[in-house]
Design a protein around this ligand. Sequence first.
Ligand SMILES: NC(=O)c1ccc[n+]([C@@H]2O[C@H](COP(=O)([O-])OP(=O)(O)OC[C@H]3O[C@@H](n4cnc5c(N)ncnc54)[C@H](O)[C@@H]3O)[C@@H](O)[C@H]2O)c1
Length: 313
Amino acid sequence: MSDPKFSIIGSGSIGIGWAIVFARAGYKVKVYDIEESALRNFENQVKNRLELLDENKLLTNSPKKIAARIKTTLDLTEAVSDADFVQECGPENLETKRDLFTKLAKLAKPDAIIASSSSALRPSEFASNIASNERCLVVHPGNPPYLISIAEVVPAKFTSEQAIKTCTDLLNKVGIIPIRVNNEPQGFVFNRLQGAILREAYCLVRDGIISPTDLDLIVTEGLGKRWSIVGPFATSALNVRGGIKAHVARMGKSYFEMGSERGQNDPWDEALVERVAADIESKLPDAKWEKNTQKRDLALMKLTKLFEKVIKP
Ligand SMILES: NC(=O)c1ccc[n+]([C@@H]2O[C@H](COP(=O)([O-])OP(=O)(O)OC[C@H]3O[C@@H](n4cnc5c(N)ncnc54)[C@H](O)[C@@H]3O)[C@@H](O)[C@H]2O)c1
């Protein structure tokens, strides 16, 4: 698809974010809302955010040129009739999403992708009983989507592989890295990971182990800082010479016991560790351990310098 057209349904926080992503990439966007005041707010917000992105040298076209690619409307048919990709950004409410998906499936072109920004509602909950649902799925962004460049792509059983491919190709075109999430897990993956940390954080504060402020500091100055360069698996591979298997041999028992304290019983068996090691070490082979740890350190040095300049909240 050489010049895809985008449509956004719901012009709140996430609708604003997606509109910037699609228009910044050079494509036309139509934005629908049921509230005229929401559309006026949308227009102001898009303008302000584009200007701020421009001031920070994060745009290759002028804010005015990018904003001119975006049109707002109170007419749903007009918003979707020529779209190749519809991104639903209405409220996180099952009935609203069911109703919207029923209408969108009738109004959109037969081969248009219909994606929802849903944070937790699964595609099978709101798109099971509608016609042509093989092109329906969730595309859950991070907030704000124009700065967080991944989105979770969550198909239902009824979503076709062709639609998933068209969707991921379009996301790549607009600079968003599509992350495939299988089997529609509760909370998808982004929020499951966030939730795992938040649940533990509440327990640690409850038990008088740490203050909330200090817990946040462990994340912003420690884990989070490092994770912005290497994820938890890559961290394990680079923390211990010998990679993932050596890390599990050294730390696996301790991590298992921490889980047991919280009633969890999910041992990392040999086959599972093999799978993780094979994937992670295809990018970070143990033979290049020194080189890769040095690369991590250099990136952390750059980040540290950047952090020194940033005024923290
Ligand atoms: N805010 C976040 O951090 C975040 C992150 C990822 C995903 N999401 C998801 O994105 C979706 C939108 O969230 P948001 O934070 O932008 O919400 P929001 O409340 O800021 O915006 C929702 C917009 O939808 C409009 N709306 C209400 N009913 C509508 C309808 N029937 N048709 C069209 N528009 C309608 C509202 O007028 C409003 O402008 C939700 O599913 C949410 O869970 C939000």
